[in-house]
Design a protein around this ligand. Structure first.
Ligand SMILES: Nc1ncnc2c1ncn2[C@@H]1O[C@H](COP(=O)(O)OP(=O)(O)OP(=O)(O)O)[C@@H](O)[C@H]1O
Length: 266
């Protein structure tokens, strides 16, 4: 199938030095099979970009490569102009890339506020992080984030009592506590109700400009609500990049993905 880049995206119109994230010819194989194959992708500071593609297209693997969970066999990942290819994941996190995984990893027996406290600190001891004295600025930032993710009223509630959607929002808040310049969100709306999905779109939209966000997502209603430029992956490669309407009318995308029920027209 011909590979088509269907529009000059925001990213391709900018000078290379202004990209926040620039992926160049990235590759990784599992058992001899290329799962990410000569992938090129650029994200601007403050941009919300969505990665879509059929199951197995290589989207999560791309997130794994960016966050350092797995190592690339070829190619480069530049972040703020720095070559971070194959850095350890903790170093990548400290450089300013935060990741929210599909399965939340909040501390169920701590309150919402205590979870936020833990997220603010780099101390390996959970106990010290919860019980150390927070600076006034940290308290203010925690309130600000809880407000942003809509959990202020639940701040003293144990995380185990949160709904699925609220747990996801808490985890987004915990990622934001580290003040990343780039946030990776892997299927943030999976399992959410329509209302929760809408609220998640509001959260993402309120972050635009301050943080760049790279989202892997299948829910096209959500994608429409948050994103201007979409990148479509197919068999590890970039198949297309463009606005929603360009993507929805691209014959290659229709054949590879939409035809499989991947994108439904609203
Ligand atoms: N650690 C691994 N070892 C072997 N194969 C893997 C590994 N991780 C991913 N794969 C394979 O790589 C391919 C791409 O997987 P990936 O999870 O990146 O796809 P995806 O586009 O995120 O799909 P989905 O939408 O279903 O989550 C799949 O065929 C998967 O089975």
């Amino acid at each position: 199938m011909a590979r088509t880049v269907i529009s000059q995206s925001l990213s391709t119109q900018q000078s290379p030095n202004s990209y926040l994230l620039e992926i160049q010819n990235l590759e990784v194989s599992f058992d001899g099979l290329k799962v990410v194959d000569e992938l090129n992708l650029c994200v601007n500071p403050g941009e919300v970009r969505v990665l879509i593609g059929a199951n197995g297209a290589g989207k999560t693997t791309t997130m794994d490569l960016i966050s350092g969970k797995i190592k690339a066999s070829k190619g480069k990942i530049l972040f703020k102009g720095l070559n971070i290819t194959n850095w350890e994941s903790d170093k990548i996190a400290r450089a300013g890339i935060g990741r929210k995984f599909q399965i939340p990893s909040v501390f169920k027996d701590l309150t919402v506020a205590e979870n936020m406290q833990v997220a603010f600190c780099f101390n390996p001891s959970l106990f010290l992080n919860v019980y150390r004295c927070l600076q006034r600025k940290e308290h203010e930032r925690i309130s600000e984030i809880l407000d942003l993710v809509g959990l202020t009223e639940l701040s003293q509630q144990p995380a185990r009592l949160l709904s699925h959607g609220q747990t996801q929002w808490l985890e987004i808040g915990m990622v934001l506590a580290q003040n990343p310049k780039l946030v990776l969100l892997d299927e943030p709306t999976a399992g959410m109700t329509v209302q929760e999905t809408r609220k998640t779109a509001e959260i993402v939209n309120s972050l635009r400009g301050q943080h760049a966000i790279l989202v892997v997502e299948h829910d096209m209603t959500f994608v429409r609500d948050i994103c201007h430029i979409i990148t479509v992956m197919h068999q590890g490669k970039k198949l297309a990049e463009g606005t929603i309407s360009e993507i929805e009318n691209n014959p290659d995308v229709l054949a590879a993905y939409l035809g499989n029920g991947g994108i439904s027209h609203a």
